[in-house]
Structure formats: C-alpha cells, structure tokens
Design a protein around this ligand. Structure first.
Ligand code: ASP
Length: 349
C-alpha cells in the first residue's frame, strides 16, 4: 500500500475521555488534540481523524445511540481503512455486540476500546489501549485489513467483541472472552491469531473484491428481559416477570450447563409464556462453558418446553442479538432458528 492508512476515531464518552482540570475536576479530554498530546501516534504513520459524539457515561447507553454510532461508521466507511470506537467500559460489550449484529458486509476493522483510568491521569491505561487499537485498526497484509470484524481491545488482548464481558470493575484487565480465544495478543509485537479471526468468503483470493457497501440493521425491539435464575424463585415472581406487558423475549440465565428446576409449576410458567409468543433463550450464568440441554433431565425438560439453546453466548451477545432479530419482525420460529445459529461468530467454535 502506497498511501498511509486512514483511521476514524469515534469518541462516545466514558472514562477514557476524561482529564483533570487545574482544580482537579474530571472534564472531557479534547480528542482533536490527540497528536499534540501523544506525539507517539505520529510514529504510527497513520492518518487520524476524530468524530466526536456528545460524550456520555456508557451506563446511559441506549439502542438509539448504537444506531447513531453505526451510522457514523457506515457514512464514513468508504473514506477510512478502519475505525476505533472509544467507549465507556461499563456497557462496551453490549454496544460492541450490538454493532456486530447490525453490520452487514463488514470487511474493515471496527475496534472498541476505553480505559479504567482517565486519559488525563498519569497512570492511565487509555494511552496504550488507544495507540494499540489504532495500530490494529490500520494493520494490513497484502492490502487487506488483518482484523475485518468488530473487535474489542483491552490490556494486551484483542477479542471478538461479541464474545466479551466486562469481568472486573477494578483491574486494568477489565474484559475477558472466556469461550473464545483472543484474535491477537500484544507484547513487544502484536501477534495476530489469524485462525481465530473471521474472514468473509473468498477473502484474499485472486479477484476478491471487498464489498463496497456497509448496511446497517437498525431496528431493535427492547421488549426483552434478562431473568437470572436463583434457588427459591417463586411461581409468583416467575409468572409476573413473564407477564410484563409487551414482552417478546427472555434471556434466561440458568445454572451450569443450562439447568433449571423440574417442578411442574416452573415448566408450565415457561411453556405458557412460549405459547404466548415469547422467545426464551437459555444461557448459562457461569462465565465460562456452554449450555447443553440434553445432558441432564433438568435441561431436557426446558428443551421440551420449547426453550431455545443459547450455547456459549454471553448475556451481552444474547440480549443484543435477540433485540435485533425481534426488531427485524421475524416470526417466533425464525427467531428461534436464528438465535440457535452463529451469525457473527458469537457462539460455537
Ligand atoms: N462509567 C464509565 C462508563 O462506562 C466507566 C468507564 O468508562 O470505564 O462510561
């Protein structure tokens, strides 16, 4: 490639964008001055532009904002080689998972990152996260991007975004992907694990043309709940949660490999909800491992009641995928079928 790669940084808010003013108060950092603040980025030999959205704490994130972020990528897709999205850590895995399901024909890197310590604080983890995210978003081999998918970079590891969860409120290594290996590991060099990266069909073969257009599925149906099972849950609690007005989907966080009580009242409450058109998806409340509804009778009963197997999906991926599929206006059968398929590498191996 003869010209420098070009990267668009999309700043959405969160701790990474903070610095202390002279009174010690945390105020938003001016990302337009990124090159002045961090001369190191000049050595990357990358053209960088910054798109600033009104900064928010990511706890205030909403599907409407996911769509706005996706539109910024779509509207600038042709002009840039890659995108870095700076985002608060609290809900980063939800936004990044949502974007992975929204994009159709993505063939350029979209790398999410953030920080646990504000950028304006000397010991910040944001500087390394940002610089490496830029390097990853601009990395090419034979003229094609090395990581053409939605990913999340944090503390020396690059993950498939829809496999991640925030696992620590304290540690600098705040994210993990327990059911899928990293896409890259960063030490002195960035070691890309290309066998773990998803490439579109025909990628790199002679005559391969990158899809020029990126389209965005922008409808989300938010009539979903996450129901975490616990010993002692009562029939009244379960039935009331499943009777929320307008409810269309449930991410059901079960025990172990997807197990739940076998009491008649329990299974009847679930089958009644399914008969009313509600999609119930079984994911495990363990941070690691998969649902297998045929291993124990306690899981098999759920399967027979019509509960959908979420395999090894994170809750973040399952919620955003279900909202997106329901938003497409699909039938209950289609939603069940597609929830069980891996659409963007979010489940299975
Ligand atoms: N509350 C912040 C946010 O998610 C935390 C962070 O950025 O790390 O926006």
């Amino acid at each position: 490639m003869n010209r420098k790669p070009s990267i668009l940084i999309i700043y959405t808010g969160g701790t990474i964008g903070m610095q202390r003013d002279e009174n010690g108060t945390l105020i938003p950092f001016d990302f337009n001055s990124i090159e002045r603040e961090f001369p190191a980025v000049r050595h990357l030999n990358v053209d960088i532009d910054v798109f600033k959205m009104p900064p928010i704490d990511s706890s205030n994130m909403k599907p409407e904002r996911w769509v706005e972020i996706a539109h910024v990528v779509r509207d600038n897709y042709a002009q840039y080689d890659g995108f870095v999205i700076l985002h608060g850590t609290d809900t980063m895995s939800y936004t990044a998972s949502a974007l992975s399901f929204m994009f159709e024909n993505l063939a350029k890197p979209v790398v999410f990152t953030g920080s646990q310590i504000p950028m304006g604080i000397m010991r910040t983890d944001g500087r390394e996260n940002l610089i490496t995210a830029i390097e990853i978003a601009s990395a090419q081999r034979d003229g094609l991007p090395i990581v053409p998918e939605v990913s999340l970079y944090f503390q020396n590891r690059l993950f498939r975004a829809n496999r991640t969860s925030k696992v620590s409120a304290e540690a600098l290594s705040a994210f993990d992907s327990r059911n899928y290996p990293p896409l890259a590991e960063v030490g002195v060099n960035i070691e890309y694990r290309v066998a773990n990266i998803h490439y579109p069909d025909g990628w790199g073969e002679q005559g391969y043309m990158m899809p020029a257009e990126l389209t965005v599925n922008e409808k989300f149906d938010t009539n979903v709940i996450v129901l975490k099972l616990f010993p002692g849950i009562s029939e009244m609690t379960l039935r009331s949660m499943l009777s929320v007005s307008g409810l269309r989907g449930v991410i059901f966080e079960t025990f172990g490999t997807g197990n739940a009580p076998t009491a008649e009242w329990f299974l009847n409450a679930l089958s009644d909800a399914i008969a009313r058109g509600i999609a119930i998806v079984n994911v495990t409340q363990c941070g690691e491992g998969a649902v297998d509804m045929e291993l124990y009778e306690t899981g098999l009963r759920l399967k027979n009641a019509g509960v959908i197997c979420g395999y090894d999906m994170t809750t973040e991926a399952a919620v955003t995928k279900l909202m997106s599929l329901l938003g497409l206006g699909l039938s209950q059968e289609e939603v069940s079928r597609m929830m069980a398929l891996s659409l963007r590498g979010e489940s299975g191996q």
